[in-house]
Design a protein around this ligand. Structure first.
Ligand code: SF4
Length: 235
């Protein structure tokens, strides 16, 4: 793909300018600057994970570096600090410093050439910086199911085709706000023969799905004679 773009859009000549390099497929800003610096003697800053860690610690930059505003701040800093000459040596030194001294855990601050000016070292915040990605709040959904048993059978219903467990057989789900007694009386009354025991609540542990957590409540009940449709045999 990249080779085709270079051939078709750049006459087969690999671009040298960072602004052209960054338009190539799969090449981001830091990689473009890195290629331009190391291959074509350009003067452009890089900002890989190692360099971001050095900057956030050395300058005490708050916030998750993947956040657009924080990343912008880091790029501004990187451009301001960029020397006019020997950009390749400077960029390599930045990356090596992050990879060997200012490591993710146990940075070797006593050996670091930035130790005298480093905010994280002065404030003992090396573990806190750079800040981690904020945790996403996982929405919780309450679902109440009815376990209606008759001897060794249990009532199952096919769920609507879309939504959670779409199209699958499931224990009947109670609409929000509906009590188990009202649900059984109104919706299932015609399916039940004999006497229905009073539903008892069973609270299960919440369990996680891909995008939310289900807080599952069940109401268990049984009939004396049976249910006429939708029965699945237990065991
Ligand atoms: S002094 Fe420590 S925390 Fe600060 S840049 Fe150097 S190695 Fe990283």
């Amino acid at each position: 793909m990249l080779a085709r773009v270079v051939l078709n859009e750049h006459g087969g000549q690999f671009p040298r300018d960072p602004e052209q390099l960054v338009t190539l497929p799969g090449i981001g800003r830091s990689t473009a600057n890195s290629i331009a610096t190391f291959c074509f003697d350009a003067c452009a800053p890089i900002l890989d994970g190692n360099v971001k860690r050095v900057f956030t610690r050395c300058f005490g930059i708050e916030g998750f570096p993947g956040n657009a505003a924080v990343e912008k701040q880091l790029w501004t800093l990187a451009e301001e600090l960029m020397p006019a000459k020997q950009a390749d040596i400077y960029n390599q030194a930045q990356m090596d410093l992050g990879a060997t001294l200012c490591t993710r855990s146990k940075p070797r601050c006593a050996d670091c050439p930035l130790g005298e000016i480093c905010v994280a070292r002065a404030t003992n915040r090396q573990v806190e910086l750079p800040q981690r990605k904020p945790r996403r709040e996982i929405p919780q959904r309450e679902v109440t199911l009815l376990i209606l048993r008759s001897k060794n059978h249990v009532l199952l219903e096919r769920r609507p085709p879309v939504g959670i467990w779409g199209g699958l057989l499931s224990l009947p789900e109670l609409p929000e706000q509906a009590s188990a007694e009202v649900f059984v009386a109104q919706r299932l009354a015609c399916q039940i023969d004999g006497v229905l025991s009073a539903p008892t609540a069973i609270h299960l542990h919440p369990f996680p799905l891909a995008h939310h957590t289900i807080d599952l409540q069940c109401h268990g009940a049984s009939t004396s004679n049976g249910i006429r449709i939708g029965m699945a045999r237990l065991g």
